[in-house]
Design a protein. Structure first.
Length: 191
């Protein structure tokens, strides 16, 4: 297994980076949170990584911290959550916020992620609540429940790799009553 990659950033995209180490370019899928920690092209970076091997190829995932990688492993272990959906969840907030959402039972936060419905969001909470209890006991749990469609749409767009400024522009004139309608409007405006 490739546990980490250290080298020069040669490509930086919303969903992946390429890091050249010892003459080999490694393409790592990254979350929006990890991308914030990746320096510009030409600079050095260290990313913790996880290699997923499937019939259709090998996929390398990169993480800014070991904690984010561990949460990725936990999410990936939940039935119905694959590596791509786990990365979308990780794009929705930092590790502490996500652990707090699991511990507090905030299923709306996970339902805002593309590819996650009500059942899968509840399954994430049920299966991971005990596992994350130790990680959040020392920390104060911040409950971030919301039914605000704009806030849920914002989280989903973050998960899709849009940056905060771009999301503000896309949602500014969007019309819709549900998060789904707002996301659809924003994606049409982004074309």
């Amino acid at each position: 297994m490739i546990a980490s990659v250290r080298g020069e950033v040669i490509v930086r995209r919303p969903d992946h980076v390429v890091v050249e180490a010892a003459g080999v370019g490694y393409r790592l899928a990254v979350s929006a949170m990890t991308l914030k920690h990746v320096p510009r092209v030409g600079e050095q970076v260290l990313l913790h990584s996880h290699l997923v091997t499937r019939d259709d190829g090998m996929f390398l995932f990169g993480f800014a911290t070991e904690e984010e990688r561990e949460l990725f492993h936990m999410l990936n272990g939940v039935q119905g959550v694959g590596p791509k959906v786990a990365m979308a969840v990780l794009s929705g907030g930092n590790t502490r916020e996500l652990l707090n959402a699991i511990a507090s039972g905030d299923s709306a936060r996970f339902q805002a992620v593309p590819g996650i419905g009500k059942r899968t969001a509840e399954r994430i909470i049920v299966e991971l609540r005990e596992k994350v209890a130790g990680a959040t006991e020392a920390d104060e749990i911040v409950i971030t429940r919301t039914d605000d469609p704009i806030a849920l749409a914002r989280q989903a767009l973050l998960g899709l790799g849009f940056d905060a400024r771009e999301i503000d522009v896309l949602l500014d004139g969007a019309e819709g009553q549900t998060p789904e309608e707002l996301i659809a409007e924003a994606l049409r405006a982004a074309r």
